[in-house]
Design a protein around this ligand. Structure first.
Ligand code: CTP
Length: 398
């Protein structure tokens, strides 16, 4: 969560500057306020108008902007921030920082402050590897400047190697880590949530009654303890929590793919109500009424996402938590399910209609582990989530 955090974002002049627009959106979603600064060169890649429209505030561009000097001043601008992020950090900006130059607004802001600085470098691979840049990197690291990336990959200039700017969500995670506190800070946790929709044709699907409320509450509670939460959600009826990385999916197959892409994680919590079957041959055209009778749907089994992750060898999360929604013999079914799926814990609950739990705001769960079963009193889904998050933190730190 970045609620109330003030981030001064300096956008340097490189092709990766376009990614800073996405970064502003992601930071705003998490409750941060972003004060953007564009270098002259950056204006060749993104316009001040698009940056200010996304940030919802004026863009700072010029050291000698007299209005700014009267209203706030460049010194004030850099000191009022909780963190300065430079993305993309070009070779030129890094060299200026390492030398303590202050010839323009961006470099002056960086020199006039003791606010922590995070750089997301982006440059040609030869520039990154050049002895001059290596020296500057070492100098900056010695000054306490933090880095995220660069990544290795194909570059806009046609070459391959380290130099690509980190993706916006990687930068967000690095920013969160700068502010992180709480027992799960530095931990990456996956949460699946919500129902899945299994298509029949482009307009029809098979769904279930899951609202996603319990999974959403768990994701929020984990983020509140400082975790970086990857939240893979089907089409739920409650909105996703703030402060988590949201990956929206429709079907079980898409959810399975998103989960694989999110690994490795320290812990996985599988709260989604995943459809057990999909329509084997979903039609890419709308099924029409026909004189020949009713359509016959054939089903195929969906992958068991929880079991796949729980039973993977190398790279298995340290803690895998499943949910079991049962309507009768809750403890016996859930205990068998834990062993069958190979997860560490099962959070079991009784969803028979008389309990009012499915779609309601309360839950009564039994936590099943290899130590046996523990019945929790009936409480709000938020309270179940907080208690579960505390237990996960204790397990990961134990
Ligand atoms: N689950 C999953 N992928 C599936 C089915 C279930 O990841 N294809 C996960 C759920 O997110 C939950 C757990 O498995 O954490 C148990 O789900 P549940 O529907 O209760 O189990 P089933 O495997 O469907 O067992 P049964 O039909 O016997 O109740």
């Amino acid at each position: 969560m970045l609620t109330g955090k003030r981030i001064l974002l300096i956008i340097g002049g490189g092709i990766a500057a376009y990614k800073s627009l996405e970064l502003i959106r992601r930071l705003a979603e998490r409750g941060a306020s972003v004060a953007p600064v564009l270098t002259r060169a950056a204006e060749e890649f993104v316009t001040p108008l698009s940056v200010s429209a996304l940030a919802g505030v004026k863009v700072h561009r010029d050291l000698f902007d007299l209005t700014d000097e009267a209203e706030m001043g460049h010194i004030q601008l850099s000191r009022s921030a909780d963190l300065i992020v430079v993305a993309p950090a070009t070779a030129d900006l890094m060299a200026k920082m390492a030398q303590g130059l202050a010839g323009d607004l961006a470099s002056t802001l960086l020199l006039a402050t003791d606010t922590p600085v995070l750089l997301a470098p982006a440059m040609n691979v030869r520039m990154w590897d050049h002895p001059a840049t290596r020296r500057n990197r070492a100098t900056l690291a010695g000054d306490g400047v933090a880095f995220v990336g660069p990544n290795e990959g194909d570059m806009a200039c046609g070459e391959f190697g380290p130099g690509r700017m980190s993706e916006p969500m990687e930068i967000v995670a690095a920013i969160e880590a700068q502010f992180a506190h709480g027992p799960l800070s530095g931990k990456r946790v996956l949460v699946t949530s919500g129902p899945t929709h299994e298509p029949i044709d482009p307009v029809r699907y098979i769904a279930n009654r899951s609202s996603g409320a319990q999974g959403t509450a768990v994701a929020r509670a984990l983020a509140d303890l400082g975790a970086h939460v990857v939240f893979v959600t089907g089409p739920a009826s409650v909105p996703p929590p703030a402060g988590v990385e949201v990956i929206a999916v429709q079907s079980a197959a898409e959810m399975a793919q998103a989960v694989q892409a999110a690994l490795p994680v320290d812990a996985g919590v599988f709260a989604a109500a995943v459809a057990d079957w999909r329509v084997a041959q979903a039609s890419d055209r709308k099924l029409k009424k026909s004189k020949d009778g009713l359509p016959v749907l054939e089903f195929a089994e969906n992958p068991d996402i929880l079991a796949t992750v729980a039973q993977m060898g190398a790279g298995r999360p340290r803690l895998v938590v499943g949910f079991a929604a049962e309507t009768h013999d809750v403890e016996a079914h859930a205990t068998a399910k834990r062993l069958r799926k190979g997860c560490d814990w099962i959070v079991a609950n009784d969803v028979s209609p008389a309990t009012g739990i499915m779609g309601g705001s309360e839950n009564a769960v039994t936590l099943i582990s290899d130590a046996g079963s523990e019945v929790w009193p009936r409480m709000s889904k938020d309270a179940v989530a907080r208690q579960l998050a505390e237990r996960i933190a204790a397990a990961l730190n134990g």
